[in-house]
Design a protein around this ligand. Structure first.
Ligand SMILES: [Zn+2]
Ligand SMILES: [Zn+2]
Length: 343
């Protein structure tokens, strides 16, 4: 089969490798029909992930059709169209039983071998799914495979961003960063908030945020827009979906007294100049959250099936899997928002 493989930082090839085969009774093999490039894929691409095992097949956002299942897999069968979680987890430890599978000691992200245990990703013709009953869900009729790809990571992360921001009716919510995660947060925030103000320096991303129902502004217009919408109080909730120290500092500055800052941008910097005096003075709440597909995928599928949310405006490019190197190049250059690869 063909697979997108990172051999060294910046050296990405699509080449033939052996097909995966069932190892355990709880495994399944899925034939991938659609897969996406995620911002998280760029960290190993640039060599920024200590311990990353080169020659790993990339990708943790994918959907496809079940080809084979182990003897203990009953919830999906060959021929089923399925979505997969971005991570695996055991399902039996104290964290998993309490609904905190993102903190499972056996967690692993598809396509991130070396950081976690070896687990090849879904940017390939086929992918091996451990613990398949837990990871896979049959895609409801009427939901396209490329839409189901968003249920792996992006939609649950946008959902988490809003849930953890404590958004209530009448609120003004600011979303800092309009990449895919920011756009998915807007999808959910506009369902509750009085107004969603989206902040991004890239005009094309502001255009997408506007299409999804936000008031989109450039960073240098954000303070004025927030003041106008809140009578000068500041935002009730700020979602930081950019993943930079500068964006987080800006987000903290946008919140009103007793406001909440919900961080879903990925951060790896060990130090951050947190103004604790400001946090105390304004009684701010700062939360960091991942997406939780195990917890939230069923309600997200229900919203998709009813047409209440639609992530497809975020898809700006579609490529054949064989053109993955070019797809990564434009994604890395921020010329694309969401890129779908089709094996
Ligand atoms: Zn992702
Ligand atoms: Zn666990």
């Amino acid at each position: 089969m063909r697979a997108v493989i990172l051999d060294a930082p910046g050296v990405l090839t699509v080449r033939d490798v052996a097909d995966p085969s069932l190892g355990a009774d709880t495994d399944a093999v899925v034939r991938v029909t659609a897969t996406a490039i995620c911002g998280a894929d760029l960290f190993p691409y640039h060599g920024h992930v200590p311990g990353f095992e080169m020659s790993t097949i990339l990708g943790h956002e994918f959907a496809g059709v079940v080809e084979t299942v182990g003897d203990h897999v009953r919830t999906v069968k060959p021929g089923d169209r399925v979505a997969c979680t971005s991570t695996i987890s055991c399902g039996t430890c104290a964290h998993c039983r309490a609904g905190r599978s993102s903190q499972c000691p056996d967690r692993a992200l598809f396509g991130y071998s070396g950081v976690y245990r070896q687990l090849h990703g879904g940017q390939a013709d086929r992918v091996l799914i451990p613990n398949a009953e837990r990871c896979l869900r049959v895609i409801p009729d009427g939901i396209a495979d490329e839409v189901a790809v968003f249920v792996s990571d992006m939609l649950p992360t946008g959902y988490s961003a809003v849930r953890r921001a404590d958004v209530t009716p009448g609120d003004v919510v600011v979303v800092v960063g309009c990449g895919t995660v920011g756009l998915m947060a807007i999808l959910f925030a506009v369902r509750t908030a009085r107004r969603v103000i989206a902040v991004d320096a890239i005009a094309a991303r502001r255009e997408l945020a506007s299409r999804l129902g936000a008031q989109a502004v450039a960073p240098d217009q954000a303070a004025e827009a927030i003041a106008a919408a809140t009578g000068g109080l500041g935002a009730d909730a700020v979602i930081e979906a950019a993943g930079s120290a500068g964006a987080l500092t800006a987000a903290i500055g946008m919140a009103r007294g007793q406001g909440t800052i919900s961080v879903v941008g990925a951060h790896f910097e060990p130090d951050f100049p947190l103004n604790l005096g400001l946090m105390f003075e304004k009684e701010l709440t700062l939360r960091v959250t991942w997406g939780h597909p195990f917890n939230d995928r069923d309600r997200i599928f229900a919203l998709l099936a009813e047409g209440q949310i639609d992530p497809t405006p975020a898809i700006t490019h579609r490529f054949a899997l064989s053109d993955a190197a070019e797809a990564y190049r434009i994604f890395d250059a921020r010329e694309a928002v969401k890129v779908i690869l089709r094996p």
